[in-house]
Structure formats: structure tokens, C-alpha cells
Design a protein around this ligand. Structure first.
Ligand code: HPA
Length: 237
């Protein structure tokens, strides 16, 4: 059985899935890092592949941008395909001057300006959090490799082009960086009782105005991918 957005059959997708925003990034990850990658989806060009990384079966699929988009794809992966570990790999804009371009950031929590959690009709404010097992493993892998990394709260914003400088209010609350998807991923995982983590490469810095060059962007991406792949391998064993 497929879904409105995913042509895969049950069994086509591994229990652990890496989730970049860009579907062509999913293709690149499959071609570069996975052995014997098999495509499982082309609906809306939201490409997905299943292959092997150092002996463990892993999948990679694009999510699109923003909470509604990753909300759809991650919900279907969890509820229609039995995915149990979801690792977002993306870029983020740092809010603190000390965060260097290319650094790895791991989201222990995600705050948001999105309404995604209103569906749960909670009598208060939900704190969207990473799965500790995934976070602990990723942190260990980054430390072993000597990759500069920071663990903290991110903002999953509905806005890329927003009015004013509202990010400064979030920065006062200790938020490290802005991206656009982690909150919905953590909500879907929490509601379903599965595991999720967002790992990011700092691609720009709102506080300093710095942006990565193409080469720096690639280097940052490579270290983030090493952490994500090795984390996925260890938790799939
Ligand atoms: N905003 C939102 N998402 C992002 C950014 C940003 O500045 N940089 C990388 N992803």
C-alpha cells in the first residue's frame, strides 16, 4: 500500500531514515554513502532510497521545507512504513556569534513560531525534544571524530523571509539557531513513541552576517553526514 505522497511498498523503507530537506540531497547521500541504493519514491520528486551503510540497512528521503512538509512525510514514514528512527540532516542559521560556520549543532529541543502542535489540544505548552538515545549516540560520534559540535535548543520557524528581527527575541531565550522543520518532526515522533533527532550544519550566522562559501558548506555537510550515518548505524544494530 502506498500513500498520497509516497509510492513505496511496506518493507521498502528501513527502520532508520535520514531526512534532508532537499530531495536532490537525498539522492546525493544515497549515491555517495549507501551501498546498493534502491529508489522507493518519486512522487512530487520527493526522492527516497534504501541501501546499506557499513552493513546496516538505512533509508534516506527528502522532506521539503517547513513543518507542514516534514509533518506529512515523517507521519507517513512512521505510521505507514513502520519507521522507528528519524534523523533530520539540515542546515541552520546560527543566532550566536560564537558559533562557527560549518560547526555541527544537535537539537536537544525545538521551539517554534508554528501552530503544528495545536492539533494535540494540549492544556499548555509542549516542549518538543530529541530522543535522548539518538542524541547521546550522535554526541559520542562527534566527540570521537573531534568535530566541533554544540547541543542546544533550535527555533523551527515558518519564516525564512520574515519581517523585522524577531530572531533576537528567541536568541535571548538561549536558542542557538534557526531552521524550519525540527519541531514538527519531534512532535510526530513524540506522539507516535518513536525516536527523532535533528543534526545541523551551521550554514550562516544571523548575528555576524557570515555565510559559508560553497567549499565550506560541503565540508560542514560532510562532517554532519558522518555523524548522522554512524549514529544511524549504531542505533540500527
Ligand atoms: N533560516 C531558516 N532556515 C535556515 C536558515 C535560516 O536563516 N539557514 C539555514 N537554514
Amino acid at each position: 500500500m502506498s500513500t498520497p505522497h509516497n509510492a513505496a511498498s511496506p518493507g521498502d523503507i528501513a527502520q532508520t531514515v535520514l531526512l534532508p530537506g532537499d530531495p536532490l540531497r537525498a539522492k546525493f547521500i544515497a549515491d555517495t554513502y549507501l551501498e546498493d541504493p534502491v529508489p522507493f519514491n518519486t512522487v512530487r520528486n520527493m526522492l527516497g532510497y534504501t541501501g546499506f551503510y557499513r552493513g546496516e540497512r538505512l533509508s534516506v528521503m527528502g522532506t521539503g521545507m517547513g513543518c507542514p512538509s516534514i509533518g506529512i512525510y515523517s507521519y507517513e514514514l512512521i505510521h505507514f512504513y513502520g519507521v522507528e528512527n528519524l534523523i533530520r540532516v539540515g542546515s541552520c542559521g546560527a543566532m550566536r556569534p560564537e558559533l562557527q560556520l560549518g560547526d555541527i549543532l544537535m537539537a536537544i529541543a525545538a521551539s517554534t513560531d508554528s501552530n503544528y502542535a495545536h492539533q494535540y489540544q494540549l492544556p499548555g505548552t509542549f516542549s518538543a525534544a530529541a530522543s535522548y538515545g539518538l542524541l547521546k549516540t550522535a554526541e559520542e560520534v562527534a566527540a570521537e571524530r573531534g568535530f566541533p559540535h554544540t547541543v542546544g535548543n533550535v527555533l523551527s520557524s515558518d519564516l525564512f523571509y520574515g519581517e523585522g528581527e524577531s530572531w533576537r527575541s528567541w536568541a535571548k531565550m538561549g536558542i542557538l539557531a534557526v531552521e524550519m522543520e525540527c519541531f514538527a518532526l519531534y512532535c510526530n515522533a513524540a506522539r507516535a513513541g518513536v525516536q527523532a533527532l535533528g543534526i545541523f550544519s551551521v550554514s550562516d550566522n544571523l548575528a555576524t552576517g557570515q555565510e559559508l562559501s560553497a567549499q565550506q558548506r560541503q565540508e560542514g555537510f560532510t562532517s554532519m553526514m558522518e555523524v548522522a550515518l554512524e549514529t544511524a548505524r549504531r542505533i540500527s544494530r
